[in-house]
Design a protein around this ligand. Structure first.
Ligand code: SF4
Length: 370
């Protein structure tokens, strides 16, 4: 671990680089805790480029915490639609309501109050408190851990409890106490840009002289690979009704959420949002889908429905590799299904839907019905 003058020089060089070379990102133009919080939640497991338009649209509609707290959940989910990991949006909404109810609408500045909000863990709390309130809280996420692991040539699985604690100690020790917000962002920026997972650009790195992994020529070998969870393949079949007005039917999210759901449970795979009638299959998808539609009480002319296969849709969610076989069913009149809503097939995002459901809609739109 760096100490004394070496650590001081490391801090100075990294901060100077960050202040001069940081990417111009919309959430860096403010220190408002609401905006910092929103950006941190959106950026979890999502690329910066994908987040920017969502962040801007979200703030346009919900410019402050009160606006978010007062909105219906369905509208919050609709604006999140396509960004994935929808529990983030649900937690954000619930947390906003709690901040209004318990803190008078002022985002709390005490660590224990922030951690008590749904969807906020150690990393996010430290990021908000350091960036918005300049509190001395060091962040540790995947990017920072990679930088620290390379700088100190730390081998092994970084996510193991012992190593993660060691990295947190290191992050705490390195924190620049006078500018904790900039410091944390500088560490994350280095990890997100130059010290990237696959090919670190050590020649451009502002702190290369302090890097043990570079000195030993092992920068691109660190961090060492984690054991990956085995992937599970899931096959689904979806019914996409289409009436002469170009409308289709979406089923509502289930009531009550089953977070521990089976791996192939459709509501889980469609992020507990609106979705096409869909069923897990292992044999003939048409037979299974017909049976499922019958269960949904779609009796009328069910046996005469013509199922036209569209291109298969592939989608990956963490360890699940999903293949959906969409079937377009052209009808004169949309069947009536309890709770289902008719929406334009070309614009299903009038309701909150997952990326998987969007892909299925696109496949159905391009399907050849001849
Ligand atoms: S020298 Fe290379 S490996 Fe080391 S911190 Fe910089 S970019 Fe990362």
């Amino acid at each position: 671990m760096l100490k004394g003058q070496e650590l001081a020089a490391f801090r100075k060089q990294l901060l100077a680089w960050f202040r001069q070379s940081q990417r111009n990102l919309p959430w860096r133009r403010t220190r408002d805790p609401y905006c910092v919080w929103l950006s941190e939640i959106m950026l979890q497991q999502t690329r910066v480029a994908a987040v920017i338009p969502y962040y801007e649209r979200f703030l346009e509609r919900f410019p402050n915490l009160h606006a978010l707290a007062g909105a219906p959940e369905e509208e919050v989910l609709r604006l999140w639609s396509g960004l994935g990991y929808y529990s983030r949006a649900r937690n954000l909404h619930e947390a906003a309501q709690r901040v209004v109810a318990e803190h008078g609408g002022e985002f709390p500045s005490r660590m224990e109050d922030v951690l008590a909000l749904p969807g906020i863990g150690n990393y996010t709390a430290a990021a908000i408190l350091s960036i918005a309130f300049e509190q001395k809280q060091a962040v540790l996420d995947g990017n920072v851990a990679r930088v620290l692991a390379r700088q100190g040539a730390i081998r092994g699985d970084l996510r193991s409890g012992r190593r993660w604690r060691k990295l947190q100690k290191c992050a705490d020790a390195y924190l620049a106490a006078k500018s904790p917000g900039d410091w944390n962002q500088a560490m994350m920026e280095l990890g997100a840009t130059l010290c990237s997972p696959k090919s670190p650009q050590c020649l451009l790195c502002p702190v290369a002289q302090f890097c043990e992994a570079r000195k030993r020529g092992i920068a691109d070998l660190l961090p060492e690979k984690r054991k990956k969870r085995a992937t599970v393949e899931i096959r689904l079949a979806a019914a996409i009704f289409a009436d002469p007005k170009g409308r289709t039917l979406l089923l509502p999210p289930p009531e009550g959420r089953n977070l521990e759901a089976l791996v192939d449970l459709v509501p889980t795979l469609t992020s507990n949002l609106w979705h096409f009638p869909t069923i897990a299959v292992n044999g003939d998808p048409v037979v299974k889908l017909r049976g499922y539609l019958r269960k949904l009480q779609i009796h009328s002319r069910n046996s005469s429905f013509r199922f036209v296969a569209a291109n298969k849709v592939r989608h990956t969610v963490t360890y699940r590799e999903i293949t959906v076989e969409p079937f377009r069913i052209t009808v004169k009149e949309l069947p009536s299904i309890k709770g289902a809503e008719p929406v334009p097939l070309r614009d299903i995002t009038v309701l909150p839907v997952s990326n998987l459901t969007r892909k299925v809609a696109r496949a159905a739109l391009t399907c050849n019905q001849a």
